[in-house]
Design a protein around this ligand. Structure first.
Ligand code: NAD
Length: 513
């Protein structure tokens, strides 16, 4: 597998804007590499800043700080830990508009959508405010005569998270609150495309009273990722991003003796049955396909329409798409912002053109969209295609842009076969008014997260998040109870307090009861 990444530029030029730094041991640091990479505002197409690029030395510095801090943090009482976590949750509420604006400026999504991702990420913080409940261990009295057994779950030490651009606050929040609450120190390597949210979160942690060194941020790309995967001081790696990199990270982490969970890409399908409420289904699918410009791992780029549902659904989807106002993420009336890079935009245009050239019908064609006053922004309008064949990239690749394809089938059985033929298995949804069909779907479908009349079934923070097949490599899903298990190792303690009178002579047989 060949994996490439944009080449960094030396920082010695005339960087016109501020540089987003690393956060190590409670302070910002530029690191020693002298390398930076531009950050773009996708709404304007302008360079809005630069980000420092870390290397093995930067990671080693973060690991040293994390190891020192974890020794005390890992032994701190649950009461003291949760006091800090409660405070952090309050600070996240107080600052959510500010953080939402930071995200919107680097990602391009609307400020309201960014505040939505912060709210969903905050659920994990709320889950770990109750970590004293979630971390209760098992106890068996009198497992043998006078013998009790209990389990301990102890922190792994220093753990790391590597995250994608599309949820710069929420996806890291799936990881660090659980890891930290469980007594670990955490090193975050956020996406180099929108790195500022992580530094903002680091400062909130400090204000909440988290000891320096427990939460660290190393900025950068592949070099920083490889350094994390090769550093012996890091016990576990959580990754969220595209499937090829997820596979690479998981395999390399495991080869280096680390625990690994790697969540990959997706191509989520929604089945629409003829008995569905079509108006409702169309508005839900539209929000799933075009919300955040389709750049969600739980986006809904494929509608599988059964029988008579096709014509009314297509008409309703067209109305929904034509209502959407595309514009800069920070404008109050924008429904859908730009995509993240010119290359992402070009991918949507290419997939669309290729499908139309192969005979697909454009119900809505967003290729020529221009946003007045923002002509250099990375915009592409909502696009809906009908008559797409399964070999076309518009259907079978992860588009990660505002392109919805409508696939027509005659029966539920054909629909489920199509859904399950995808190599991905992140999420899937069905729109129906039949409990019987809905129940069958929840059993039949090969996906980790299932929506019944819910387009984007992202589990709440006290459940766990994860897909099947090429959407997840590793055994544990993220956050919630599975997250806690991932970030802790189990120990079983068997205890006896012998009384002099009952002390038995040594037995050479394996002990029974
Ligand atoms: P990406 O795979 O390009 O990047 C993810 C992370 O990997 C980033 O931190 C990046 O710096 C790093 N990286 C990139 N190239 C690398 C390389 N060659 N070697 C080592 N590290 C590398 O993903 P992205 O474009 O930032 O995010 C979009 C992808 O993430 C989509 O495929 C989306 O489906 C997926 N995603 C999945 C989930 C999920 O829960 N399954 C959630 C969000 C996003």
């Amino acid at each position: 597998m060949t994996i490439t990444q944009e080449a960094p530029t030396p920082a010695t030029g005339t960087a016109p804007t501020a540089t987003v730094k690393h956060w190590i041991n409670g302070q910002e640091t530029a690191g020693a590499t002298g390398l930076t990479q531009p950050i773009y505002n996708p709404s304007t197409g302008e360079v809005s800043g630069h980000v420092a690029l870390g290397d093995a030395g930067t990671v080693a510095e973060a690991v040293a700080a994390a190891q020192a801090a974890q020794k005390t943090w890992g032994r701190m009482s649950l009461a003291k830990r949760t006091t800090i976590l409660f405070k952090m949750r309050e600070l996240m509420l107080t600052h959510d508009l500010e953080l939402g604006q930071i995200i919107s400026a680097e990602h391009g999504k609307t400020v309201e959508d960014a505040r939505g991702e912060i709210a969903r990420g905050r659920e994990t913080m709320e889950f770990v405010c109750g970590i004293n409940q979630a971390s209760k261990s098992e106890f068996s009295s009198d497992a043998s005569t006078g013998v009790d057994v209990h389990t301990l779950r102890q922190p792994l030490g220093v753990v790391a998270g590597i995250t994608p651009f599309n949820f710069p606050a929420m996806v890291p929040l799936w990881m660090h609150p659980v890891a930290i609450a469980a007594g670990n120190a955490f090193i975050l390597k956020p996406s180099e495309r929108d790195p500022s949210a992580s530094i903002f979160v680091a400062k909130l942690y400090q204000e909440a009273g988290l000891p320096d060194g427990v939460f660290n941020v190393v900025q950068g790309g592949k070099v920083a990722v490889d350094a994390i995967l090769e550093n012996d001081g890091i016990a576990a790696v959580s990754f969220v991003g595209s499937t090829p990199i997820a596979k690479y990270v998981q395999q390399k982490a495991i080869a280096n003796g680390k625990r690994a969970q790697a969540l990959g890409g997706a191509n989520n399908h929604a089945i629409v049955m003829p008995d569905a409420n079509i108006t409702f289904a169309a508005s839900q699918i539209s929000s799933g396909a075009f919300g955040s410009a389709g750049e969600r791992c739980m986006a809904l780029p494929v509608a599988v329409v059964v029988g008579d549902a096709a014509e009314p659904l297509i008409a309703a989807l067209k109305l929904e798409a034509e209502k959407l106002k595309v514009g800069p993420g920070n404008a109050a009336d924008t429904d859908m912002g730009p995509v993240i890079t010119p290359a992402s935009r070009q991918r949507v245009l290419d997939f669309t053109t290729e499908a139309i050239d192969a005979g697909a019908r454009a119900i809505v064609d967003g290729r020529d969209l221009v946003v007045e006053g923002f002509e250099n922004g990375f915009y592409v309008g909502p696009t809906i295609l009908d008559n797409v064949t399964t070999d076309l990239r518009a259907y079978c690749d992860e588009v990660f842009g505002p392109l919805l394809v409508v696939m027509r089938v005659d029966t539920y059985e054909q629909a489920i076969e199509l859904v399950n033929s995808s190599p991905f298995g992140n999420g899937a949804a069905i729109f129906t008014s039949s409990g019987e069909v809905a129940r069958a779907f929840s059993v039949d479908v090969e996906a980790g997260m299932v929506g019944i009349n819910v387009p984007i079934p992202v589990p709440v923070g006290y459940f766990s998040f994860g897909g099947w097949k090429d959407s997840l490599f590793g055994d544990h899903h993220a956050h919630g109870p599975e997250g806690f298990r991932f970030y802790t190792k189990a120990k079983v303690v068997t205890t006896r307090w012998p009384h002099q009178a009952t002390a038995a002579a040594a037995s050479m047989s394996f002990p029974g009861n």
